[in-house]
Design a protein around this ligand. Structure first.
Ligand code: SAM
Ligand code: SF4
Length: 357
């Protein structure tokens, strides 16, 4: 174990000297077998959540025993290992990251690396608890947050997430804006659920100054519902939006898989994430790590490398390096999601709440 793993959570707050010192440690960059340079880590800090979105997990979800989950110190050490290999952007995700106790300590510690060897620290959240954390996130150096919101209708929200939490979520979004965080809303387009509300959702978000990204549902994990009954193609949504608004393609990239358009009438930007109808793998620059330290080089693949074993070994830094090198050899060229067979088993057994978004 090295110094970082021995730190207690409150000691995770590094002083400036330590942040700068680590800047000089950059090792060989992460480049996979298809010459894609990896610069972006999505780090899940918990598989737990206070909502139960019907497309994400079943009501009676089984969560991991806490002892299996990486400690905050391990999450920090692991992040450092990625930063040392040229990762410049880290998105904290889950499950719901803000349900993890003391998670702000991790934001504060990683925030100290901003301006040194880390360019961006962000968060994906359902915003139920964002009102209480928005100021602290901004103080830690977070500038942008992705917030998942599929509907503005309270009854539909309660049905869709199985929790009556829309007022808290709206409060969280308002708090983020007030704290100066740039908000992007993510909405999963769901057949027969929110499909006829998407224009209102986009118009509201753009009126508030927030970008929006629409996402196609992916067949990850058993959710006790037929996936095909949830799946709405985004080219259908785009066609419908074009009946009402003027959409112009925009070259903007957020470093993620979304393609963007500007909407003349709302003055806002809209992204489309279309894993099925438009494959986005060729420019993939991401790796995902679960809360138990399992590294998945592809959201749609079962390839996996155990970083927890590396972290808990006698030589964590060397083992971590070796594990990352191995990952570069097995990151697949593309995913093979299919959404064309009724009654099919999930493409992958793991839920999106394991790897985050
Ligand atoms: N709890 C946080 C949230 O909801 O923003 C972070 C984790 S959540 C798994 C990340 C994103 O994944 C959310 O935007 C959610 O809508 C999306 N998501 C979950 N399950 C999905 C699925 N099966 N297909 C597509 N998107 C999914
Ligand atoms: Fe929770 Fe996010 Fe999954 Fe919804 S999408 S159940 S908020 S992890």
């Amino acid at each position: 174990m090295n110094d970082v793993t021995r730190r207690t959570p409150d000691m995770l707050v590094l002083d400036d000297k330590q942040g700068t010192a680590s800047a000089s440690r950059v090792r060989a960059p992460l480049i996979d077998a298809f010459q894609r340079r990896i610069s972006y880590l999505r780090l899940s800090v918990t598989d737990r959540c206070d909502l139960r979105c019907t497309y994400c997990m079943p009501e009676r979800m089984t969560f991991l025993p806490k002892r299996e989950v990486l400690t905050l110190e391990e999450l920090y050490e692991l992040s450092s290992g990625f930063i040392d290999r040229g990762v410049t952007k880290i998105r904290i995700t889950g499950g719901e990251p803000l349900v993890r106790r003391d998670i702000m300590d991790l934001f504060t510690a990683l925030g100290r690396r901003l301006g040194h060897d880390l360019e961006e620290l962000t968060l994906t959240t359902n915003a139920t608890q964002l009102a209480g954390h928005a100021d602290a996130l901004a103080k830690a150096g977070v500038r942008r947050v992705n917030i998942s919101l599929d509907t503005l209708d309270r009854a539909r929200f309660a049905e869709l997430t199985r929790r009556d939490a829309l007022p808290q979520v709206l409060e969280g979004i308002a708090a983020a804006k007030a704290a100066g965080l740039k908000v992007k809303l993510n909405a999963v387009a769901l057949l027969g659920v929110n499909e006829h509300e998407l224009t209102d959702l986009i118009a509201w978000a753009h009126g508030e100054g927030h970008d929006v990204t629409l996402i196609e549902v992916m067949p990850l994990g058993d959710v006790e519902q037929e996936r095909l009954d949830q799946y709405l193609r985004l080219d259908t949504v785009r066609t419908r939006l074009e009946e009402r608004w003027s959409l112009t393609d925009n070259e903007h990239s957020s470093g993620g898989p979304a393609r963007y358009v500007d909407i003349a009438e709302t003055g806002g930007r809209l992204g489309f994430i279309t894993p099925h109808s438009n494959n986005f793998c060729a420019t993939c620059n991401r790796l995902r790590v679960t809360a138990t330290g399992q590294l998945y080089p592809c959201l749609g693949g079962s390839e996996r490398v155990d970083l927890r074993a590396a972290l808990r070994s006698d030589a964590p830094q060397e083992q971590l390096e070796e594990a990352l090198n191995k990952t570069m050899l097995i990151k697949p060229e593309r995913h093979h999601f299919r959404m064309d067979k009724r009654g099919a088993d999930p493409a992958l057994a793991r839920h999106m709440s394991m790897t985050g978004g």
